[in-house]
Design a protein around this ligand. Structure first.
Ligand SMILES: *Cc1c(COP(=O)(O)O)cnc(C)c1O
Length: 440
């Protein structure tokens, strides 16, 4: 049998893909290998990648230095429990993370996925206030249009309308939602926005343990950017009303928005920060939750006396080794210049979409380019159209966007932006009925 053979029929009948039905399966494409910015399909077609596989593969696929580090780690130990044991890859990674993030963040909790890192952050906030003798502070505030993951606590702070609240009803803990900040990175904050969020803090601070948000860029919930002034205001309100600030940098971390961490756009230091996605350069799953000394000390003073979390695969050495190699690459390459070049390219090449009938807005920040449409997209159909154009781009909701690997060439980038324009033109001439719900 050809080693590139994939049993699509078996896949269709037995395997869940993200957000899919087992009775009305959507088409999937078979990938046989990937390297750099290219995915090779099992039928031999090669696609230029515009997704970094959900924003994780910032250095491209099969990055030789990351693979080498993983191979070396495999020879030593691929996994060992973290209870009562430590190892060099974890210590090295924690040191790197403490050094590269803001001074306030000093303690590192390793988790296995972004959603778990968010659960951990929320539990930290709750235990912190128990330790500070304010057990009434157990509610979490967030902003609409957010996305923080698919597990129950993470789901509770996702957008209440676009998300899954309505489907799971009372099983999802009710949270406090502030309006989403006004669109636009460069747009000024309005007085009414300022008043509204201030009022929420003033009214609810006695119950509020923390506010969780995605700094500057709301990803999977909206693909929106918002002004640094908003984040500064949130920090100020957190200080004024004794509320912890949790920055979910799982999508924005490691350079994606043009700063190493998006909080840096506002020069704001969170009390707790979640990292994931690009942490290992997208080569294997790993996430982390960082917190301040103050938060760690509060947790340690709580009735439990310890932080109540510890996953089986916590601090997995193979994943830590991949992350160490990825962070070394970031340090050794001029990612800033790469991201700036992508930003300039996207600004220029996506601008023509502004005058197309189907288009509501075009926005770019760092290595993120977004075309927002008036109508919801049919992900499956557009996916097919993009593959025919030789690119891997996966639209969702109302947006067609790309977040390519930082190493992408100008030529490859042009192939991606041309495809985005072509598909958007097609939709402007012949609008398409939206398809069933599709995950970004
Ligand atoms: C992807 C994402 C998550 C969830 O991460 P998983 O690894 O999919 O669990 C959480 N927060 C943000 C901002 C994300 O983009």
């Amino acid at each position: 049998m050809n080693s590139n053979y994939i049993d699509f029929e078996f896949d269709r009948q037995h395997i869940w893909h993200p957000y899919t039905s087992m009775t009305e399966a959507l088409p999937v494409f078979g990938v046989s290998s990937a390297s750099g910015c290219e995915l090779t399909l099992n039928d031999g077609r090669v696609l230029i990648d515009g997704t970094s596989s959900w924003w994780a593969c910032v250095h491209g696929y099969s990055q030789p230095k990351i693979l080498q580090a993983m191979e070396k780690q495999l020879q030593q130990v691929s996994h060992v429990m973290f209870g009562g044991i430590t190892h060099r890859p974890a210590v090295e990674l924690a040191r790197k993370l403490v050094e590269m993030t803001c001074p306030r963040l000093t303690k590192v909790f390793f988790a296995d996925s972004g959603s778990v890192a968010v659960e951990v952050a929320m539990k930290m906030a709750l235990q912190y206030w128990q330790g500070r003798q304010q057990p009434g502070k157990q509610q979490i505030l967030t902003i609409k249009h957010g996305y923080h993951g698919d597990t129950f606590a993470a789901m509770s702070v996702c957008d209440p309308e676009g998300g899954m609240h309505t489907m799971f009803g009372d099983a999802v803990t009710p949270r406090l939602f502030a309006p989403a900040p006004h669109y636009g990175f460069t747009q000024p904050l309005t007085d009414s926005e300022r008043d509204k969020i201030t009022q929420i803090f003033a009214e609810h601070h006695q119950q509020l343990a923390a506010i969780i948000l995605e700094p500057i860029m709301q990803g999977a919930g909206a693909m929106n950017f918002y002004p640094p002034a908003y984040l500064q205001l949130i920090r100020q309100l957190c200080d004024q009303f004794d509320v912890l600030l949790i920055a979910d940098e799982i999508a924005t971390g490691f350079g994606r928005t043009g700063k190493l961490f998006a909080c840096e756009h506002a020069e704001v230091e969170p009390d707790i920060m979640c990292l994931g996605k690009a942490l290992t350069g997208g080569h294997i799953s790993l996430a982390a939750t960082l917190c301040s000394d103050e938060v760690a000390n509060g947790i340690s003073a709580s009735p439990a006396g310890v932080f109540m979390h510890g996953p089986t695969f916590m601090g997995n050495p193979l994943a830590c080794a991949a992350a160490n190699a990825s962070l070394s690459l970031l340090a050794d390459t001029d990612w800033q210049a790469q991201v700036d070049a992508i930003e300039a390219h996207l600004q220029q090449h996506l601008a023509p979409a502004r005058k197309l009938a189907a288009v509501k807005d075009v926005r770019v920040l760092g290595a993120v380019g977004v075309i927002e449409l008036h109508q919801a997209v049919n992900t499956a159909k557009l996916q097919q159209a993009f593959v025919e154009l030789g690119v891997w781009i996966r639209p969702f909701g109302h947006v067609i966007y790309i977040m390519p690997p930082y190493i992408i060439s100008q030529t490859q980038l042009t192939t991606l932006t041309d495809a985005m324009l072509k598909v958007t033109e097609m939709l402007s001439i012949a609008p398409m009925a939206p398809g069933s719900f599709c995950h970004g």
